[in-house]
Design a protein around this ligand. Structure first.
Ligand code: FE2
Ligand code: FE2
Length: 301
């Protein structure tokens, strides 16, 4: 496929990561519970095995995680925050940002053939159909706008991928944990204990997660949506916390309450992709109204 965006491989398209998430967390699976697969052995004795998603992963996905785990260090995240969170690259309305993200069209998923804008509208429409509040619908609409980082020349592994805390020991439940051996943080004595540089129970707001589209968008819309919507944006890729139940000792009670909402959002993100293309022009007036209610005018990106 022709690719004219500055978006270095290995993934053929960004959705390859999300397709892999769906394999690991199939629809209807429950959080924080391992999924044993029962297989008949040669002697026909049932034996519990754990599905080896890593062995089954496509080479592109594997290489993507190798790069992500090698380079997403504490220092790397700090440098990206210092650069991108100045928010001085662009001034755009939400709708303009959606159209800008849509220029990543060459990276769209050939399995569903949906553009980035259509994925956002599809997510929002499913939330709307289920009767959720307006801020929740808007959260669905914008949740992936941080992927415009790709259009600023950032590599895939610095935009998407499961996020995880840095500055403390890497959980063995993060997918492909072996790749962390090449991360410089694995040699830093300060980061080797479970809580690392953080105080237990300090709350996720004080914890640095690996850098990507979640954290970036959170800072663009901070203070403009209810805390539940902001948590959905900021933590939706943090599968080690919201699906695996890891790092609980870093959370405070408010984080635990908010994680319930992140989990409520997760199915809309993962399982609502279909071939049914939303009619962008027909939906636009409803969404322009919704945007104007919470996020009017130009935002700084
Ligand atoms: Fe996302
Ligand atoms: Fe998404």
């Amino acid at each position: 496929m022709h690719n004219n965006t500055p978006n270095p491989k290995p993934l053929e398209h960004l959705e390859e990561w999300e397709d892999f998430l769906k394999e690991r967390y199939p629809e209807g699976s429950t959080p924080a519970v391992a999924t044993p697969v029962f297989r008949a052995t040669d002697t026909d004795k049932k034996e519990v095995e754990f599905r080896n998603y890593e062995a089954d992963a496509r080479p592109t996905v594997r290489e993507f995680y190798r790069l992500n785990h090698q380079f997403q260090s504490y220092e790397f995240g700090q440098a990206k925050r210092a650069d991108f969170l100045k928010l001085e690259r662009k001034a755009m309305t939400v709708w303009q940002a959606m159209e800008f993200l849509n220029t990543l069209i060459d990276d769209s998923d050939p399995d569903t053939d949906l553009s980035q804008l259509q994925h956002l509208l599809q997510t929002a429409e499913h939330i709307r159909r289920d009767g959720h509040p307006r801020w929740f619908i808007l959260t669905g609409l914008i949740h992936d706008l941080g992927k415009i980082l790709c259009l600023f020349g950032e590599p895939q592994w610095a935009v998407v991928g499961d996020t995880f805390p840095v500055g403390c020991a890497f959980s063995p439940k993060i997918v492909f944990p072996k790749f962390f051996e090449a991360n410089p943080d694995s040699q830093n004595p300060r980061f080797q204990t479970p809580a690392g540089i953080y105080k237990e129970g300090c709350g996720l707001d004080k914890v640095n997660l690996s850098w990507g589209h979640d954290e970036y968008l959170y800072h663009v819309v901070k203070g403009k949506l209810p805390a539940e919507g902001l948590a959905m944006i900021r933590y939706h890729s943090c599968y080690p916390i919201h699906r695996e139940g890891e790092y609980d000792f870093l959370l405070n009670d408010e984080d635990r309450r908010l994680m319930e909402w992140v989990l409520k959002f997760n199915p809309y993100d993962l399982y609502t992709k279909s071939h049914e293309k939303p009619d962008v022009e027909k939906l636009r007036p409803f969404y322009e109204d919704l945007i104007n209610e919470f996020l009017p005018g130009e935002l700084r990106w």
